[in-house]
Design a protein around this ligand. Structure first.
Ligand SMILES: [Zn+2]
Length: 135
C-alpha cells in the first residue's frame, strides 16, 4: 500500500501576498519604493535603499538569464522524489532583480547565462507558482 504524500506549498505571508496575486494574473510583481524608485526583491516592509516604508508593486519582465542554479538528486521533501533530478534556478531579470524558481526541462541543459522564460503553474485556487524554462 502506498502512502499519499501531499505537495508542500509556500506559506503566503503579508509580504508575499501581492506577489502571489500577481502570479495568478500571469504577472511577476516586485516591490518598488515610491520615495526613491528603487525596485527590490525579496519583499520587505522598508526600502533597502532609503528605508522609506512607502512601497508599491511593479511588473518586471518574464524573461531573464540563469544567474545560478542547483540540481537536486535527493528529495528535500518526499513529494519531490517523483521529480528527481530537479533544479532550482535563480533568474536574473536585470536591474538587480533575481528570482528563484524550479526549472522545467532537462537539468543537464542548464547553463549560467542561458535565457529562460517564466512559466506559471496554477496549483490551486490560491496558489500559482513561478517556474522557469528555456526561452
Ligand atoms: Zn527608497
Amino acid at each position: 500500500m502506498s502512502e499519499i504524500i501531499a505537495r508542500p506549498f509556500p506559506v503566503i505571508n503579508q509580504f508575499y501576498a501581492p506577489y502571489y496575486r500577481g502570479l495568478k494574473e500571469r504577472k511577476i510583481l516586485i516591490q518598488c519604493c515610491t520615495a526613491c524608485g528603487h525596485i527590490q526583491w525579496p519583499p520587505r516592509d522598508l526600502c533597502f535603499e532609503c528605508h522609506a516604508n512607502q512601497l508599491s508593486w511593479t511588473e518586471v519582465p518574464q524573461v531573464g538569464k540563469i544567474y545560478t542554479y542547483s540540481v537536486y538528486y535527493r528529495a528535500f521533501h518526499p513529494w519531490f522524489k517523483q521529480h528527481l533530478p530537479m533544479a532550482a534556478v535563480v533568474a536574473d531579470l536585470g536591474e538587480g532583480v533575481r528570482i528563484l524558481g524550479n526549472f522545467l526541462g532537462n537539468v543537464e541543459e542548464i547553463v549560467c547565462e542561458k535565457e529562460v522564460k517564466a512559466v506559471f503553474e496554477d496549483v490551486n485556487d490560491e496558489i500559482t507558482l513561478l517556474h522557469w524554462e528555456k526561452a
